[in-house]
Write a protein that binds this ligand. Structure first.
Ligand SMILES: NC(=O)c1ccc[n+]([C@@H]2O[C@H](COP(=O)([O-])OP(=O)(O)OC[C@H]3O[C@@H](n4cnc5c(N)ncnc54)[C@H](O)[C@@H]3O)[C@@H](O)[C@H]2O)c1
Length: 450
């Protein structure tokens, strides 16, 4: 216990003193942080709203290829009585013109997954503080390209993994750091969300049944379902692996060494189309063969000896759950049954309700900003993400989730595909840090600043 506390305290001191400073702001002449948003769909609009709630940010430009989404964004700008951003809507490459013409300090990229890496690289080349929405990678090469672009840039890559800021996830981080669970041995996490209907209803656009996707789909249905047609792996690993990486300091004294994945058969999406009132056995999409197994399970091991089970489960009827479980030599937390057991405190062999613990160990950041987070997306955690992004960009500071984290977490997608193709063979995780993980220090949520 003392050793853990020593490492943690040393990390705080080191983090405060060794951060390299790069990035444009506050050296830029702009009074406010000038931000551009590339991709103002449903997620980008959420970010737009949160940025415009602040008095230290100006959204100087937005870029999208969809007129409806641009119009919805303009409504948000109007609601806030904010300065009109310059609009870039001249096609899929128009973001390059935005990056060329606009004097911006930071950019947020919230486009479909295939655009993430090329857009982030283009932004980093302009030395802009770059916020990148979450996804899995298309290939391992993409992950390396992202790392190289970040290394060559005077900007930074901030990987926008909002679940790291979830209130219970942060309370458990607080407990882990106070040694409540002892030495961490095993964790579980994942993305378990029934996406068959990729439900969307804004009251203007007709309800999206999910039976139609691709060109006939709206928002995520227009691009996300295609991935399930062609790919069999963990398509969306970061909401699970991001938070648990904080519990065992991945890329900061620890690293993921290898993984193995297994996929079940694929039934959910096909059955949904056939059984839906807007589909049926004769619907053209009933002929689509989906590559994605309904349940993809990945097991990962770390250099420090912890194991992680990562779930991907998006095609079957089920309530939402990110499946968190944290287990150490002294106790266990399981989110799905809201339970905790701490040796020496809980009655022997008995579960306790986790909530009193989550309240007691509420992270200082949440205590400080709880009121400002009211109304922000995903139970308030999106406020913390944007707050952290803006404050790091203003200070030109290394983000808590950087290009090495993005590459490691996103690489799980192509690595899990490889493993499944090879009959669940063990596949090595590249060391994207090239050894730097051994000396890198923890910086995430060490205090209540941001
Ligand atoms: N962290 C979270 O909780 C969370 C939640 C939802 C979505 N996301 C992520 O955010 C991203 C966007 O998801 P979404 O739900 O907003 O999808 P969306 O389809 O509603 O939005 C994507 C937008 O990008 C635009 N676009 C596509 N190609 C473009 C290009 N070349 N240039 C400019 N704009 C382009 C589309 O027209 C669309 O408006 C995805 O990566 C998704 O995984 C994250």
């Amino acid at each position: 216990m003392e050793r853990r506390k020593f490492i943690y305290n040393t990390a705080i001191t080191a983090a405060a003193s060794t951060l390299p400073l790069k990035g444009k702001w506050p050296s830029s002449q702009n009074e406010k942080l000038k931000v551009a948003i590339i991709g103002t769909g449903m997620r980008g609009q959420g970010h737009l709203d949160l940025l415009l709630r602040r008095d230290d940010c100006e959204v100087a430009a937005i870029c999208d290829i969809n007129e409806k989404m641009i119009n919805r964004s303009k409504e948000i700008v109007k609601k806030h009585n904010a300065t009109n951003p310059v609009i870039y809507d001249k096609g899929p490459e128009d973001y390059l013109r935005l990056l060329e013409k606009e004097d911006i300090d930071a950019v947020i990229i919230a486009t479909p997954w295939r655009w993430h890496v090329p857009m982030a690289i283009a932004s980093l080349k302009k030395n802009v503080y770059t916020g990148l929405e979450v996804s899995g990678a298309g290939s391992l090469d993409e992950c390396w390209e992202l790392v190289r672009a970040s290394q060559a840039s005077d900007g930074h890559l901030y990987f926008l993994e909002n679940v790291c800021f979830r209130r219970d996830v942060m309370a458990v981080l607080n407990m882990v750091r106070q040694d409540m669970f002892g030495e961490i041995i095993h964790m579980e996490c994942g993305y378990q969300h029934d996406l068959r209907g990729v439900k969307f209803n804004d009251g203007i656009t007709p309800y999206n049944s999910g039976v139609e996707f691709g060109e006939k789909g709206y928002s995520e249905a227009s691009w996300r379902t295609e991935h399930s047609v062609h790919r069999n792996g963990d398509l969306y690993p970061t909401h699970g692996i991001g938070p648990v990486s904080q519990y065992v300091n991945i890329n900061r004294g620890n690293r993921i060494t290898h993984l193995t994945s297994m996929a079940s058969k694929s039934r959910g999406l096909h059955n949904y189309i056939v059984d839906h009132e807007k589909g049926g056995a004769d619907h053209p999409n009933a002929k689509v063969e989906f590559a994605l197994g309904d349940k993809v399970t990945t097991m990962l091991r770390t250099a420090s000896g912890e194991t992680i089970v990562l779930h991907h489960d998006t095609n079957l009827p089920r309530p939402y759950s990110l499946a968190f479980r944290v287990q150490g030599t002294k106790g266990i937390w399981m989110r799905d049954n809201q339970s905790i057991h701490i040796e020496g405190i809980s009655a022997s062999h008995r579960w306790e309700d986790a909530q009193p613990y989550l309240d007691k160990y509420d992270h200082p950041l949440w205590k400080k900003y709880e009121k400002r987070a009211v109304g922000a997306g995903h139970g308030g955690m999106d406020f913390f993400l944007i707050h952290s992004f803006v404050e790091h960009a203003k200070a030109g500071k290394n983000p808590p989730f950087d290009a090495y984290d993005a590459a490691t977490w996103m690489a799980i997608t192509p690595l899990s595909e490889m493993s499944i193709q090879k009959g669940s063979s063990s596949i090595s995780m590249p060391d994207f840090t090239e050894g730097k993980w051994m000396d890198s220090k923890v910086t995430f949520a060490l205090d209540d600043s941001y």
